[in-house]
Design a protein around this ligand. Structure first.
Ligand SMILES: [Fe+2]
Length: 298
C-alpha cells in the first residue's frame, strides 16, 4: 500500500518551534513561529484542572501567552490536532487574550454526535463544528504569516485527528509517540486500530528528514521527557510500527494492549469541554457552571 500525501513538502522552510510541557497530563503544546515574520500558531494548548476540587486555572496557558507577548508575536491560529480525552484545551482562553482563529478536523462533527449523546446534551449543543472558526479537510492549507501549513487527515485514535505539516516540521497529534513509546490507543468511541495503522503510514510517507513533534510523551523506561523525532527514526525504531511491522500485526498488538488500558483520568471533563472547542458548558439557572459524570456511560 502506498500512502498518498496530497501536497508537496518544503523542507527548506524551518519554522521555529517552542515546546511547553504540561507535567500533569504529559502533553506538549507548541508555539510555531514563521522565521520570516512575527506570525505564529499555538498547537494543542492545555487548561489546568484540579478535577477533585472542580477548579480550573490557566497557569500553563499564561506561560504561552507570556512567551508570545514577550517575543511580540502575532497569533494567527490556534490548532487542535484532535479532540483530546486526557486534557482540557485552553484555546478559547488564549484566543480571548491574543486573537487568532481556532481550527480542528472536520470530523469534529462525528465526535460531537457521539459525545453529545453520551453526555445527553440538549439541542443548544450544536453538533456542526460551529464552535470552531475553521474545520479542516484532508489536503487543506492555511497560512501562518508567510508559511503555508498543510493538513493531513490521520484518523484512528479519533475520527477527527489531523497531522499539521509546516515546512520541515509535522505535528502528529496522537498518532505516533516517540519511537520507544510506539503509538496512541485506538479504543475510544470512533477509534480504530486498522485506520490508525493506515494513518501512521501516511505520516511515515513524509520525507525521512521531516521533524516530527509529539502531542504526548510519558518517558518510557525512566528516560527524560522528549517530544521531537523524525520520520526516519520512527521508520527505523518505532516499537509498534517500525521495522516494517505489518498492518495485521499492528492491529493485533494495538487491540490487545488497548484492552488493558484504564480510561484517562480526565476523560470526562476533557470531552465535555473539548467537544465545545475548549469552552465550559453553559451556566445553569443558578448562574453556575457544572460538568456531568455519566454513570456507566462511557
Ligand atoms: Fe489524544
Amino acid at each position: 500500500m502506498t500512502a498518498q500525501i496530497p501536497f508537496a513538502t518544503d523542507l527548506s522552510l524551518a519554522p521555529e518551534v517552542t515546546a511547553f510541557f504540561d507535567a500533569p497530563t504529559n502533553t506538549i503544546s507548541y508555539v510555531v513561529k514563521d522565521p520570516h515574520s512575527a506570525a505564529c500558531a499555538v498547537i494543542d494548548s492545555v487548561m489546568d484542572i484540579d478535577y477533585a476540587a472542580g477548579r480550573i486555572t490557566y497557569e500553563g496557558a499564561d506561560r504561552i501567552i507570556a512567551f508570545i507577548a514577550e517575543n511580540r508575536l502575532n497569533l494567527d491560529w490556534l490548532i487542535e490536532t484532535h479532540v483530546h480525552a486526557d486534557h482540557l484545551s485552553a484555546a478559547p482562553y488564549i484566543q480571548s487574550k491574543l486573537g487568532g482563529k481556532l481550527g480542528i478536523g472536520e470530523n469534529i462533527t462525528l465526535v460531537q454526535e457521539t459525545f453529545g449523546k453520551i453526555f445527553n446534551e440538549g439541542t443548544e449543543f450544536q453538533r456542526d463544528g460551529s464552535q470552531f472558526d475553521r474545520l479542516f479537510k484532508d489536503g487543506d492549507t492555511y497560512r501562518i504569516g508567510t508559511m503555508e501549513a498543510h493538513v493531513l487527515h490521520t484518523p484512528g485514535h479519533t475520527p477527527a485527528c489531523m497531522t499539521h505539516v509546516i515546512g520541515n516540521a509535522a505535528f502528529v497529534g496522537d498518532t505516533l509517540f516517540m519511537p520507544d513509546g510506539g503509538s496512541a490507543r485506538a479504543d475510544f468511541p470512533g477509534g480504530d486500530a486498522r485506520t490508525l495503522y493506515r494513518s501512521i503510514q501516511r505520516v511515515l510517507a513524509l520525507p525521512r528528514e521531516m521533524r516530527l513533534f509529539m502531542c504526548h510523551d510519558y518517558g518510557p523506561n525512566g528516560r527524560d521527557i522528549q517530544w521531537e523525532t523524525s520520520v526516519g527514526d520512527e521508520i527505523d525504531h518505532n516499537i509498534h510500527v517500525g521495522h516494517g511491522t505489518s498492518e495485521d500485526d499492528f492491529v493485533r498488538m494495538r487491540e490487545a494492549r488497548d484492552a488493558t488500558l484504564p480510561m484517562p483520568r480526565l476523560i470526562i471533563p476533557s470531552l465535555q469541554v473539548n467537544m465545545r472547542a475548549g469552552k465550559l458548558p453553559p451556566k445553569d439557572e443558578s448562574g453556575k457552571t457544572f460538568l456531568k459524570v455519566p454513570v456507566n456511560g462511557l
